[in-house]
Write a protein that binds this ligand. Structure first.
Ligand code: ACM
Length: 617
């Protein structure tokens, strides 16, 4: 029956499209793009009388109030929330209903918007929540400007939706720079909008320990504060510091509140406690955990530091006590233990480490790291949790049950999946949002790299070399926001938006439904939402790509494209630099061999990028 309905709806919409091709029919801007979407004629009109009806109100209490609050914030209407009882007048209502039939996927949902009413049906409250996110994106971007008007038109449509991957993550490093709880909640709001279900919270590192641990108060008395911070780029000369004390941490009460806030939005927080490296802040607080006497200080610059935890009894006691408090705060199935970038010099020099290598017949210091991580993994497993580590945990042998986060490309992910371990893909070239996203010449300082919106969008988390059984181990992809060069939350937003929207589509939308030009159109609309909500964002790379589409006897067909939606591209064919008076690019054109093409994007007459140049050979 559902299939038949779907077919009828599809036919209706197809015939509607073919006879009436105004731009309005494509004006659905949901990101991530739903798995199935059919646009229907007409609109639902949301007005001051529209009510929210809930079939099992006690199970959808948060979701129904969440929707009502957002509607009231942006429209000034105060939608009533009623429970459905017997025969009711369903006109001018939005119905939220749980039903196992709506989707095989617990995160899936169905939404039907007609002229009369809207229904969101899902097997679980998280599907209802995702349906609400889609519904909110059916309002025009002006809705978010909170301009009060009499009614809001929502395009009639039918959606059947469910995510491609079960793990859809965003990470934030709060050690290199600290962001107060209100910013973390805002970040969670951004994740919720794009149907991410995991927030990976990087809480400890060399430059600051950010989580209160009651048993070890010095971690936040000493470890949460550094004396100074490097100014400018790491490695640049002369080295300069700002000489300002910097720091902060989250109390356990604040963490509980944030975990709850995220859980309501169907987001699990995975805490990361780094070991055995990236721990200068912990060693500054408790130097006895190192292999050498210290003293140590909370790092004031970036990079990798050679003082690491020493695998002594008291270190494991410390880490287990810390993890016990961490597990009390975070109910997540996963605990991230870092494991990346561990220089082994201190372990090579340490008598204890060399004794352990002999005693346990380990191959070398990599084997010792594997033994270290294995012990922690066992501890977490014994407490019903699973361990995630960066892909370095593969070196020296992977612990049973460990999940690998592949960041140094996809090699680690492939290896782990072939070994039968679960994998989260976070290859830096695609999902590190601390990289530049446009020409560094015009961008605020970033760590390096060049990961444009289009490149993020192009990513497929499942490596082609994996067979079907191995591919099942790829749980999804995660975007990482490392904050060495990101001192403010405004800049966090600038680096994450819009790339996290592209990643959301990578994680959610079936691969065959992804479509870059359509995403370009939708993200352009989302920029209006960002502006209205006060979110900072990067408009993208203004670079022009000069693409040879075809070559014939008469010449070469050239297309000029840019990441920018409907760009004003000007070009020359005579070796001169394009200016606003140069020929405007309208459609592909043909040039003879040897032609030098120069092209650039202009906004309001202003050149936005160094012109691209190509000689057709
Ligand atoms: C990492 O970027 N060091 C995981």
């Amino acid at each position: 029956m559902k299939k038949l309905l779907f077919l009828i709806l599809s036919v209706v919409s197809l015939s509607f499209f073919s006879c009436n091709e105004s731009p309005k029919q494509t004006a659905i801007n949901i990101i991530p793009k739903p798995a199935h979407l059919t646009v229907l004629p007409g609109n639902f009109k949301w007005n001051s009388k529209t009510r929210i009806l809930v079939v099992q109100p006690e199970k959808l209490k948060f979701e129904s109030h969440y929707l009502a609050n957002i509607i009231s914030k942006h429209t000034g209407f105060k939608p009533e929330i009623d429970s459905v009882q017997g025969e009711m007048d369903m006109s001018n209502t939005i119905v939220l209903r749980l039903s196992p039939k709506a989707s095989k996927n617990q995160e899936g949902y169905e939404m039907n918007v007609t002229k009369q009413n809207i229904a969101i049906v899902a097997p679980a409250s998280k599907g209802i929540f995702y349906g609400i996110q889609s519904l909110l994106q059916l309002f025009p971007p002006s809705f978010y400007e909170s301009i009060h008007q009499k009614e809001w038109k929502i395009p009639a449509c039918f959606i059947q939706d469910a995510p491609r991957f079960p793990y859809r993550g965003m990470h934030l490093d709060v050690s290199r720079h600290f962001f107060p709880p209100a910013d973390i909640k805002r970040y969670i709001d951004m994740l919720a909008m794009y149907k991410f279900n995991t927030f990976h919270w990087h809480l400890t590192d060399d430059q600051g320990w950010r989580i209160q641990i009651k048993k070890y108060p010095k971690l936040t008395e000493i470890g949460a504060w550094r004396d100074s911070t490097l100014i400018g780029r790491y490695g640049s000369k002369p080295v300069r510091y700002d000489k300002k004390r910097y720091g902060g941490f989250y109390t356990q009460a604040q963490i509980r509140d944030i975990v709850h806030y995220a859980a309501q939005r169907h987001i699990t927080i995975i805490p990361e406690i780094e070991m055995p490296g990236h721990c200068s802040a912990a060693l500054a607080s408790y130097p006895q955990l190192a292999c050498t006497p210290g003293p140590f200080h909370v790092a004031t610059t970036w990079g990798v530091f050679k003082n690491i935890y020493c695998p002594k009894k008291q270190t494991f006691q410390f880490l287990e006590n810390v993890l016990t408090e961490v597990m009390e705060l975070f109910p997540s199935k996963y605990i991230h233990i870092g494991g990346d970038e561990v220089p082994k010099a201190r372990w090579k020099e340490s008598k204890l480490c060399q004794r352990l290598i002999k005693k346990y017949h380990l191959k070398n210091e990599d084997g010792l790291q594997s033994w270290f991580i294995g012990k922690i993994g066992k501890f977490l497993n014994a407490h019903g949790r699973k361990m995630i580590g960066w892909d370095e945990i593969l070196e020296g042998g992977l612990s049973p049950h460990a999940t690998v986060m592949s960041w140094r490309g996809i090699k680690g992910g492939i290896e782990a999946a072939r070994l039968g371990h679960d994998v989260i893909m976070a290859p830096s070239g695609y999902t590190y949002f601390d990289h530049y996203q446009a020409n560094p010449k015009f961008q605020p300082i970033a760590i390096g790299g060049f990961t444009t919106l289009k490149k993020v969008y192009s990513y497929d988390p499942v490596p082609k070399v994996l067979n079907a059984a191995q591919a099942k181990h790829i749980l999804g992809a995660e975007g990482c926001v490392w904050t060495e060069y990101i001192p403010t939350f405004k800049k966090v937003q600038y680096m994450a938006l819009p790339r996290m929207a592209a990643l959301a589509e990578v994680d959610w939308t079936p691969a065959k439904e992804k479509n870059w030009p359509d995403f370009q159109r939708r993200i352009h609309e989302h920029f209006q939402i960002y502006k209205a909500l006060g979110y900072n964002y990067c408009p993208g790379s203004y670079k022009v790509d000069i693409v040879v589409q075809d070559s014939t006897k008469t010449g070469y067909q050239i297309a000029l494209t840019s990441e920018i939606y409907h760009p004003d591209i000007r070009y020359t064919l005579n070796g001169s630099r394009p200016v606003i008076q140069s020929k405007k690019y309208e459609r592909p054109f043909t040039v003879p061999k040897g032609t030098k093409i120069e092209a650039a994007v202009f906004v309001k007459g202003k050149l936005m990028e160094v012109p691209s140049v190509k000689v057709i050979k």
